[in-house]
Design a protein around this ligand. Structure first.
Ligand code: AHQ
Length: 243
């Protein structure tokens, strides 16, 4: 009698195959979203750019929280020593202001005050929902599966390169100093993504674990996509009181 292989008995992918399955998620990445396409073609209005900057700030300010959640679940000192750099990259420390401050500079360059970003008055319900889902996913998942969700950064640098060139050439009303965040990201994201990929390949050995890692990456791609759906649509609530 042919024994049907149990789900958990499926053969695990070889390293190269696992890596290519992870990379194949690029087709779901938000560089293909209509909003980013319009941005890259220079078609966004100043209001749409400001709406994007204010909503993406909510994502950026939560990155250190999700990275701290990953660290709090990670038992490996050598991994925590590396991962802590991501928190510092965003929160900064003495002598280096970090990515959150750089995004506040981007906000000011597109005409938003610091307080408008910090008090979250422009954050859309679906953006808040998506970002909070990411932080909670990282709090409640095993550290290596939460790290797998960060592998969208395998696709980030190519998208940011195109975006940065488009912002600099199509949006002359924005002080290009505001784009410093993306210039720094182009250096740091490849390093981060390579380290995260090697950890996932090294620690996800069973087929179940490998498939969980792929599902985490799909979840994150869908999260980034749904953020842009909301940003593309803009504010739909009856006029909310300006705080
Ligand atoms: O600026 C971004 C960033 O700091 C991060 C951290 C990383 C993660 O750990 O999930 N993901 C991420 C991303 C950033 N920028 C996005 C963009 O398109 O500007 C891309 C996004 C990502 O690909 O996950």
């Amino acid at each position: 009698m042919q024994l049907v292989k149990q789900e958990s008995e499926k053969a695990s992918w070889k390293k190269e195959e696992f890596e290519s399955v992870l990379y194949s998620q690029k087709t779901r990445y938000h560089h293909l979203h209509p909003f980013h396409r319009r941005m890259n073609e220079g078609l966004l209005t100043p209001t749409e750019i400001r709406n994007w900057a204010a909503n993406r700030f909510y994502y950026q300010k939560n990155i250190p929280l999700k990275d701290a959640a990953i660290m709090s679940n990670c038992p490996h000192r050598e991994v925590r020593r590396e991962w802590i750099e991501r928190i510092i990259d965003h929160d900064g420390r003495s002598q280096e202001e970090g990515g959150i401050e750089a995004w506040l500079q981007l906000g000011q360059a597109v005409g938003l005050s610091r307080s408008e970003l910090l008090d979250e008055r422009h954050v859309l319900p679906s953006v808040r929902y998506a970002v909070d889902a990411y932080v909670n996913f990282c709090r409640n998942s095993s550290w290596i599966i939460a790290i797998a969700a960060s592998l969208t950064e395998l696709f980030g640098p190519d998208a940011i390169k195109v975006r940065l060139a488009a912002l600099e050439s199509h949006y002359s009303w924005i002080d290009p100093a505001g784009f410093e965040y993306f210039r720094v990201r182009l250096k740091k994201a490849p390093r981060d993504a390579k380290y995260a990929l090697n950890l996932v390949l090294q620690h996800c050995k069973s087929r179940d674990r490998q498939e969980q890692a792929v599902q985490a990456l799909e979840f994150k791609c869908d999260l980034l996509w749904s953020q842009l759906d909301a940003i593309d649509r803009g504010e739909t609530r009856p006029c909310v009181e300006e705080k």
